[in-house]
Design a protein around this ligand. Structure first.
Ligand code: F6R
Length: 347
């Protein structure tokens, strides 16, 4: 099918995911405007633990990646039940679950309460919302009605506000403004109304076709690579792999020598500001994989600040996986397998 056939897209995208994606810059603006929350003590934490799963954890990954260069407080993104032993009364736990119904995150919040670790909840409701209400926790209340992975703006920006209010700021006002501007520009470039010859997200989805995407990032963009993988899996319902340079040069590169590489498509998440040693490795990987892989495309970050750069790639990922879903005649919105797991594990 043609990705320029708007009627055909409408027929497959029955839940109007495209409207949610088109509104993503606005969602980020709204997320930024939500009132912040912080523990009442006002103490600066010595460790920040962001407890989340799936799409909600992804917001934590991005904030942690932005903080890497500037914040002198370590951020640990915790995906699982309970809390790591390092989380104590001088830490901050941010329990983040868009739906509020994720049992692992509720378990982390309960562990924080039991250990008297300062705790903030970011959620639209569910069990986490009820716990926050019952225990009078500081909380950011999110608007409901979205799929968690499509609520990234409601996860990243309130998390930034919570950390700023906890004296651990990660992004400046100027960096947030820049990110919003970059996303607004991208929205105009990647939307379904922009024809394939001018729309890099459509072109990449077509190039990938039936191949397995392998997405590789560098020091900052490895976080986005993982997000690309999960977007391909949840939106297009296809398996994908994610890796990071330089690490993949020491193991995964060996998987690209044989004929099976033809069935895979390489996406390299690049930065103009890649340090020379990383740029050299990207160039070499491209040179070595191009003859064996089913194809190679480089996607570049936009903007100067880390927040704009990482969100620009996350937004592109939402659109590329959306178009790939449409090409495979798959509605990008529902996640029936994931929901069945949750249903079958619920008490
Ligand atoms: C579904 C999605 C999932 C969820 C995950 C945790 O759209 O993105 O990865 O994020 O199952 O659920 P929440 O985010 O509600 O805690």
């Amino acid at each position: 099918m043609s990705l320029d056939d708007v009627r055909a897209i409408e027929r497959i995208d029955r839940h109007d995911t495209r409207a949610i994606l088109a509104d993503f810059p606005l969602q980020c603006r709204r997320g930024r405007a939500l009132p912040a929350a912080a523990p009442p003590s006002g103490e600066r934490p010595r460790l920040i633990v962001i407890a989340g799963m799936g799409g909600s954890a992804s917001g934590g990954d991005m904030v942690a990646a932005c903080a890497g260069d500037t914040l002198d407080v370590p951020i640990l993104v915790h995906r699982g039940y309970g809390l790591p032993a390092a989380a104590g009364p001088d830490s901050l736990v941010v329990a983040i679950s868009y739906s509020g119904g994720t049992v692992e995150v509720v378990s982390a919040a309960e562990a924080a309460l039991a250990r008297q670790v300062p705790l903030v909840a970011i959620t639209a409701g569910g069990a986490l919302g009820a716990l926050a209400q019952a225990r009078g926790l500081p909380r950011v209340t999110l608007p409901s009605g979205l799929m968690p992975r499509m609520a990234l703006g409601y996860l990243v920006f309130p998390l930034l506000s919570v950390l700023a209010a906890s004296r651990a700021p990660v992004a400046t006002e100027a960096e947030m403004n820049e990110a919003l501007g970059v996303l607004a520009t991208l929205a105009g470039e990647l939307a379904p109304g922009v024809p394939t010859d001018k729309n890099p997200a459509k072109r990449l989805a077509i190039a990938i076709g039936d191949r397995l995407p392998a997405v590789y990032g560098g020091p900052l963009t490895a976080t986005a690579a993982y997000r690309w993988k999960t977007d391909f899996e949840e939106n297009a319902k296809i398996l994908a792999v994610a890796g990071a340079l330089p690490e993949m040069n020491h193991n995964e590169i060996e998987a690209w020598g044989g004929p099976a590489a033809r069935e895979r498509y390489v996406v390299l998440l690049r930065e103009e500001s890649d340090p020379p040693e990383i740029a050299r490795r990207f160039a070499l990987v491209r040179e070595m994989l191009a003859p064996t892989a089913g194809g190679v495309t480089e996607m570049w970050t936009r903007g100067d600040g880390r927040l704009a750069r990482i969100l620009s790639l996350a937004y592109a990922s939402l659109w590329v996986s959306f178009y790939l879903a449409v090409l495979h005649a798959v509605d990008p919105w529902p996640v029936p397998m994931l929901e069945e797991v949750k249903r079958r594990l619920s008490p």
